[in-house]
Design a protein around this ligand. Sequence first.
Ligand code: SIN
Ligand code: FE2
Length: 213
Amino acid sequence: MAADLFDADLRTEPLAPGAAVLRGFARAADADLLADLAEIADGAPFRHMLTPNGLRMSVAMTNCGALGWVSDKTGYRYDPADPETGRPWPSLPASFLRLAADAAAQAGFEGFVPDACLVNRYEPGARLSLHQDRDERDFGAPIVSVSLGLPAVFLFGGTTRSDKALRVPLVHGDVVVWGGPARLRYHGVLALKDGRHPLLGPRRINLTFRKAG
Ligand code: SIN
Ligand code: FE2
């Protein structure tokens, strides 16, 4: 809703050069995003992928867009087809594309056109350890990361794994953007705490937009 543009809690918080948290940026679009997500998950169900070490990830994942991020015992890659179904991933809905481009522009990255959206689903206890997003072909485009549902603590580290990470609390509707000098910063998510969100129940959804190909 346009009124949200004037909300006192819609603000941009710089995290580092090239990185910012856009508080509440996705809130006005939440119903549209979640309706489109339900269709995506019908076509490409959430699944727990295996790490290259053969461990089951605690976060359940699916994708939409021309390319989808997958992990299995052979490693990480972008794949135009869902390995579970052999079909192309569902396409990126207009609501997703618009939000991703608007958030990137708000953070200083004009003209962002993602071709991949990894959807992460966290239930209490699920976590994502520190990692870099580096399977994309070029690092010229930013990462746009949208939080919906239960709150979480996002870790935003440096360019080496051992750099101390900032702990950034994220709530429903917050968007984190990192690119340019921040594009390869390590990041992760602490174990999700118990709770219930009015729209999503006991879970958190994260949409991570990339230009992968
Ligand atoms: C990711 O790094 O893919 C997800 C980050 C998040 O869930 O906030
Ligand atoms: Fe990531």
